[in-house]
Design a protein around this ligand. Sequence first.
Ligand code: ADP
Length: 404
Amino acid sequence: MSRASLVLVVNAGSSSLKYQLLDPTVGATHATGIVERIGVDGHLRQVAGDVEHEQDVACPDHGTALDAALTAMRDHGPGFDPDSLLAVGHRVVHGGEEFGQPVVIDESVIQAVTELAPLAPLHNPANLKGIEATTHAFPRIPQVAVFDTAFHHTIPPSAHTYAVPREWRDKHGVRRYGFHGTSFAYVSRRAATLLDRPVDEVNLVVLHLGNGASACAVREGQSVETSMGLSPLEGLVMGTRSGDVDPSLGAYLARVAGLDPGDYDEALNRRSGLKGLTGDSDFREVQSRRSRGDADAGLAFDVTVHRLLKYTGGYAVLLGRVDALVFTGGIGENSPELRAAVMEGLGLLGLELDETANADGEPERKVTSAQSRVPAYVIPTNEELEIARACLEVLGAAGTQGAD
Ligand code: ADP
């Protein structure tokens, strides 16, 4: 390949490294994979075209995990030629107040992401390990950071300010930031295309429902409110996260049960949500138990839907006009039951379900009837493509086209 056109997208977790090699100008994915159990033993899975590859690999750190991924792409995939690489795009979870746009990574960006670690202790340090590994492997290729929080920089102070003491806000960055921004940006653009209108004219309520879940109110293509806050714990019911609880809960449990802040944090992040209500964090399992009449699973489904209705209804009021409701994420894309329950509860918006389209069809589709006052869409998210496109934009590369 004479001209560099590919982007390697890296999403590094504390013990995993997800990667995708793609060409953002045409929206083509060449390989997608994950190395898991880094620092324990190491296991790699990759799909490249119709070739699936899986192997155990010794991975003491993220650097060896990256080497394993590059070898797998070379030996079991599309091949891997460093000269074809235009950029490496990194998902970075927390960009704080500083980063409203993707940036080319330099020492000052690394310093800033490091300093933001207290706001995202599970994520930012892991993201930095991914950056370190690819910078070492490709010292001359631009490394770009794309922040989960960036899309929410347009949220006004009325929506991002917590009514708490000034000192907390001024000294410790206590405010709402929001997450899943890369997904919301991608899905908003797709929704505008489906509505056949410019993105800066559309008002949307987008529900990103996966293991993590958040809702976003989009006005004229920009985020104006979202359900996650200082951290990804606030808002909707999630796989293992509680979403909203009374802020006095921590102090109450400290008094009556001697719970310390670390245990409280761990319980709300890892042992709550669907897991806390049913013992299962996987929505498919909850659905299947519910269909067999399991009362815990039934309650979990109802609590999930109730919370979604509160947020979606509130966002509709804030926006004043909703051009479309959008479902994305593993649950949003794949659960007709959940979508039907949410739309049934939103009678006020005049959503009329098309049962056949809701039950099955193309991954990306409209799921409301022709008479529905507001359309609802299922739009599979593609955060990797959005990150790769962001790399092109930030590097000033020529116009993107193809899969919009
Ligand atoms: P993550 O936030 O980890 O990226 P995903 O977006 O992949 O998560 O979503 C995972 C969730 O999607 C799980 O709760 C899973 O049970 C749910 N899910 C996947 N497929 C289906 C399906 N066919 N029906 C209902 N839920 C599904």
